[in-house]
Design a protein. Structure first.
Ligand code: BTN
Length: 232
């Protein structure tokens, strides 16, 4: 899957860098980012010690975010035994209910850039992230070099893309629901409206029932509602 690997000590954003020179199988990694991009125009805090990578693929698939989430989950699960990881649709992974990974899929000129930021060895956060972000190190006390984790993520992405190509959407849908734990549960939308999760579709949209109507969410933020105790 990887045809060229550009390793940078520091860059503004690995997604921006990859999309300037898109190529099938291009991998861009950086030790840190000065203008890491998050979803919905936000920034991604990117000091040294974590994983910042972008994989460029020829194929644009609306399911890339879902497939990548499943893949990061599979790579992480062996590193955090006894801890809870869930995929929070559409692009977050939560470790013990705090955000440990963000995925940003972008496209340009027929190529997609799958960006992954994974907090591995982060020990301190700026005030505004302290309540919501975490790292593998903070949750487990174990430090890890980023590259072996990245190789596991890449192996898993390759595996899940092959599964999708050979067997279609059904196994991806099933894998997403077993790793996200939100099938059939209530989630909250911005504005505090509650809805019930029914499915995901082949575009990666979340199908929910809101006030008796079935609607599809394309990328809206959802809040997981843990057992009537409030929203996460
Ligand atoms: C999110 O907001 O959850 C998505 C964050 C994605 C961050 C990664 S870090 C590597 C890649 N380069 C970027 O500029 N962003 C993504």
């Amino acid at each position: 899957m990887i045809r060229e690997w550009i390793r940078l000590d520091q860059v503004d954003s690995t997604n921006r860098y990859a999309l300037e020179r898109p190529k099938d199988g291009l991998l861009v990694t950086a030790g840190s980012q000065t203008k890491g991009k998050g979803s919905r125009g936000r920034s991604w805090y990117s000091p040294a010690g974590n994983l910042y990578m972008t994989l460029c693929l020829k194929d644009i698939n609306p399911l890339h975010t879902i497939i990548t989430g499943i893949s990061v989950y599979d790579a992480l699960i062996t590193l955090v035994p006894g801890h809870e990881i869930i995929i929070k649709w559409p692009n977050d992974l939560l470790l013990n209910k705090k955000k440990v990974c963000g995925i940003l899929c972008q496209s340009r000129s027929g190529f997609s850039a799958i960006g992954i930021g994974l907090n591995i060895n982060q020990a301190f956060w700026p005030e505004e992230l302290r309540e919501t972000a975490t790292s593998i190190y903070q949750e487990t006390g174990q430090k890890h070099p980023a590259l072996p984790v990245m190789y596991d993520i890449l192996d898993a992405i390759k595996k899940w893309i092959e599964i999708y190509n050979n067997e279609g959407f059904a196994p991806v849908r099933k894998a997403f629901f077993t790793r996200s734990l939100i099938f059939g549960t209530e989630v909250m939308l911005e504005g505090k409206k509650r809805c019930r999760v029914m499915d995901i579709d082949m575009d990666g949209h979340l199908i929910v029932v809101l006030e008796g109507k079935t609607i599809s969410l394309a990328g809206e933020k959802i809040f997981i509602v843990p057992q009537n105790t409030g929203a996460l």
